[in-house]
Ligand binder design. Structure first.
Ligand code: TRP
Length: 335
């Protein structure tokens, strides 16, 4: 019999979910979790500390991201939904892995290398503002994955290197102490799963071009009106290629709606009209979860309770492996 997949992914709690996160990660993850197999989805709040020292932001983001997944209907009986910091086995495993992972491997991590390069370009000390958290980030991420022996890890392209490092780290530990870990695989979203933002570049917090997922209708309309178009007049045919508006449309449309909008473009739909249509389409999909989201944000104790339950499940599932690993490295009762 084929071994069932163990799928795991984490979301760093530094921001407010936007349409790009929804289309590229959250929606497919919630959908996938209805299939057979085991699913672990977690709030990577330890990772957040690497990116920001703004405590309020980490706290607020944790609340918003958790509320988002719950409002969108994640089945927490099926998927284990938890906060990284509620699972002490993760930092413990991080240390075990830190003691076998090669420093030279960490030297090659893109995020760390970019920080060093920025310093060099600015005639700074190469280590300026580089924390050990940033340097060791791939080890924490490997521990997230290996603590549940995940086999499949859905991530964006920017994270592929980290999965490769997790594989490397797992192999090295296995080689040293016996085969404890599966070697995880990255699962990359299909073409079109990366949404364009207001300015036509990839929708990303760092470009400040996002459309937050749960806005009031009025604000959603306002954001959609800000999507960059061109100077073509109503009646002039418009190109769907490279159009952020068309791309966002397609992320929410069914096959007929896609064809319809492509025809409208060819027939010279006015940009204002296209934006009205887009608002209606997006709003229809988000209307119901938006109500649940607002309710959840007003009752954070309900979110907390779900996370407590998920944390307990996660600890129970992680504990036996950590017992084995402690024994394997020589940390065990005397006599
Ligand atoms: N580093 C990932 C990101 O920034 C988030 C993350 C943390 C993650 N731990 C993980 C993703 C484990 C997959 C598996 O997107």
């Amino acid at each position: 019999m084929r071994k069932p997949h163990i799928t795991l992914t984490g979301i760093t709690t530094t921001g407010t979910p936007h349409l790009g996160n929804y289309v590229g990660a959250i929606k497919p993850a919630i959908l996938a979790s209805k299939d057979e197999g085991q699913y672990f989805y977690f709030l990577a709040d330890y990772h957040a500390l690497i990116k920001t020292q703004d405590a309020e932001r980490v706290h607020q983001s944790t609340r918003e991201i958790a509320a988002t997944w719950l409002a969108l209907g994640l089945d927490t009986d099926k998927a284990v939904f938890y906060r990284q910091s509620d699972v002490p086995q993760i930092p413990e495993l991080t240390w075990f892995l830190t003691c076998t992972a090669a420093k030279g491997l960490m030297n090659r991590a893109h995020a760390y290398k970019d920080a060093v390069q920025k310093n060099l370009d600015a005639d700074q000390d190469p280590d300026f503002a580089v924390t050990m958290g940033l340097f060791s980030y791939p080890i924490l991420m490997a521990a997230d994955i290996l603590v549940f022996n995940a086999t499949h890890v859905p991530v964006g392209r920017d994270q592929i290197q980290h999965i490769e490092m997790a594989r490397d780290i797992a192999q090295r530990f296995n080689h040293q102490y016996g085969k404890h870990f599966n070697i995880p695989e990255a699962v990359i979203g299909q073409e079109g799963s990366v949404l364009k933002g207001l300015d036509g570049r990839k929708m990303s917090k760092s470009y400040d071009n996002t459309i937050p997922l749960f806005l009031t209708e009025k604000k959603l309309q306002k954001h959609i009106n800000k999507i960059k178009t061109n100077l073509l007049e109503p009646g002039e045919p418009k190109d769907t290629k490279d159009s952020a508006l068309f791309e966002i449309w397609c992320a929410f449309a069914d096959a007929d709606q896609k064809t319809w909008m492509a025809d409208e473009f060819a027939n010279g739909i006015a940009w204002g009209q296209a934006k009205k249509e887009l608002f209606a389409l997006v709003n229809t999909e988000l209307e119901e979860p938006r109500v649940r989201y607002m309710e959840l944000l007003e009752t954070p104790e309900l979110i907390e309770q779900k996370l407590q339950e998920g944390g307990e499940k996660a600890r129970v599932l992680a504990a036996p492996l950590l017992e084995k690993l402690r024994d394997a490295v020589g940390i065990r009762a005397l006599g």
